[in-house]
Design a protein around this ligand. Sequence first.
Ligand code: AMP
Length: 225
Amino acid sequence: MSYQNNFTLHETIIHKMKFLKWLISIFTPQRSKTKMLNIILFGPPGSGKGTQAEYLIKEYGIIHISTGDLFRYEMGNNTELGLKAKEYMAKGELVPDEVTIGMLKNKVNANPDAKGIIFDGFPRTITQAEALDTFLSEKDTEVSALIALDVPEEELVVRLLGRGASSGRADDMDESIIKNRISVYNSETAPVFEYYKSKNKSNLIPGIGSKDDIFNRLTTVINAL
Ligand code: AMP
């Protein structure tokens, strides 16, 4: 076959492939905003949310927003927001809702093309959950599911003290602050599980075992959505 014939054949194949792609696109519904994968990774401090979030963003090509990380970033840069958050974080208390919700919205708005979001450490109060639902519905999307990692309290304290020893994170190094964070979780944050349960969106999985085991439990829930 001559060079000219080869070239023509090549061009014809490309044209046919383009046509095929176009044809497929007509019959394949586009991933709309409502199809975003928005997961609330839920559980008490030390339940492994951050670790699993890192695996999940790789698996699903979505982004991870941790309000705790955002506050630590602001604190590290001595911003006004960081200084405000510091006084609450140091005691293991929750940063006020209006501050937290505003910061979360800014972060989501800064990622308009995200295919989905793992919310880690947010929402932590019913007010935050309601604000999140309203905010997402304004964007024509919603929370796909809440998945809670269930870990016994004694295990949480051991894990957090271990993490504090290696990271130097102040609120992980003091047992009384850790206990306060767990008690704040039980009184103010745990009701968020019930809030999404009433919308048939809450799931509880064991948060103990190997990282792979926990990841498999998470993907089983997500893949069934
Ligand atoms: P975390 O890294 O998620 O354990 O969060 C560390 C600290 O940041 C918490 O103990 C709170 O003081 C603060 N914080 C993080 N997320 C929130 C939130 N959604 N609402 C209020 N305070 C938060």
